[in-house]
Design a protein around this ligand. Structure first.
Ligand SMILES: [Zn+2]
Length: 93
């Protein structure tokens, strides 16, 4: 959401040619935004610590590649271990 806000207002034609890079698998809100903006390609660093709406994105024609970046997995596991209350709040648990 920050990346899209920081990109400013762009015409739809720009978003259709964009690739968005995400640390985690996109949550419902981010996936909805990706669909709304018409972004057709998502590269996800990892989806082991959190599985978002990848199937929804794929079902709507979005290319989703998951890298399973070991450094990201390690950082997220450490963050979750050190901040369980914040993490659970973020993912709605
Ligand atoms: Zn999100």
């Amino acid at each position: 959401m920050d990346a899209l806000e920081n990109a400013g207002r762009q015409p739809a034609s720009v978003y259709r040619e964009c690739t968005i890079f995400t640390t985690l698998s996109p949550c419902s809100m981010c996936s909805g935004t990706i669909l709304l903006y018409g972004i057709l390609r998502v590269i996800v660093d990892e989806n082991r610590t959190f599985m978002g709406e990848e199937e929804l994105l794929r079902s709507r024609g979005v290319s989703v590649e998951v890298l399973q970046n070991e450094e990201c997995i390690r950082l997220m596991e450490e963050f979750i271990r050190n901040n369980p209350t914040l993490w659970n709040e973020d993912i709605g648990v």
